[in-house]
Write a protein that binds this ligand. Structure first.
Ligand code: C5P
Length: 222
């Protein structure tokens, strides 16, 4: 293997994406945002006008969806059937729909195969909900990144507001909590901390502080 496999799991809004992107850049590792993969599938389902409850149709759309990551100006962006959808998948509607599609076993199996294929060579950081528990249970380093629900909701709110979206703080906090409940209580690969994961609570830490601490842990294992 060419470098370690690093797993970063945790609920939404804990700072996972920002932190993982920075870590990947510092270590010169490949960054795999597995949430973006589930989101892109949800976008495909939404565009097809299919209900999230229609298991067979949803699965068929997922099977036909070609996902890939492309690098643009040093940033990794996701494509769906060749189209850059990195910005389109971030809306609150797609976030909730993603969580409803990600609970389906057959959908998860499709992405599981793809994620293992992308990560098996090492030199990768995968970010998601089930990386340390299901996708790479023997990852070299596992982190579980969390923060209080209020803080996570506030961060998501600021992020959406900065993009010019009309958002409400209380509603954003409520959506973050609703999505966590769906992710934690599903039957297949629920969001939970792996026993051997290092727990990091980012509620009162800056991104820089969290990243520095994680780099130290990873370097110790190299
Ligand atoms: O991390 P992000 O917020 O982009 O993930 C969006 C949704 O995708 C999550 O709420 C979850 O339902 C699903 N997901 C998942 N397993 C992963 C990554 C994301 O179920 N490994």
């Amino acid at each position: 293997r060419n470098g370690l496999i690093v797993a970063i799991d945790g609920p939404s809004g804990a700072g996972k994406s920002t932190i993982t992107r920075q870590l990947a850049s510092i270590l010169s590792y490949i960054y795999i945002d597995t949430g973006a993969m589930y989101r892109a599938l949800a976008l495909a389902v939404s565009r097809a006008g299919v209900s999230a409850d229609a298991d067979q149709q949803v699965l068929e759309i997922c099977r036909q969806s070609e996902l890939a990551f492309v690098r643009e100006n040093g940033v990794s962006r996701i494509t769906l059937n060749g189209e850059d959808v990195a910005d389109l998948i971030r809306s609150p509607e797609i976030s909730l729909l993603t969580s409803r599609i990600a609970c389906k076993k057959a959908v998860r199996e499709l992405l599981l195969v793809k994620q293992r294929e992308m990560g098996k060579g090492g030199g990768v950081i995968l970010e998601g909900r089930d990386i340390g528990t299901v996708v790479f249970p023997d990852a070299d380093v596992k982190f579980f990144l969390s923060a209080s629900a209020e803080e996570r909701g506030r961060r998501r709110y600021l992020e959406l507001k900065a993009k010019g979206e009309a958002v409400d703080l209380d509603q954003t906090v409520a959506e973050v909590i609703a999505r966590d409940l769906q992710d934690e209580n599903r039957d297949h690969a629920p969001l939970r901390q792996a026993e051997d994961a290092i727990a990091v609570d980012s509620t009162s830490l800056s991104i820089g502080e969290v990243v520095d601490g994680m780099v130290q842990v990873i370097e110790d294992r190299l």
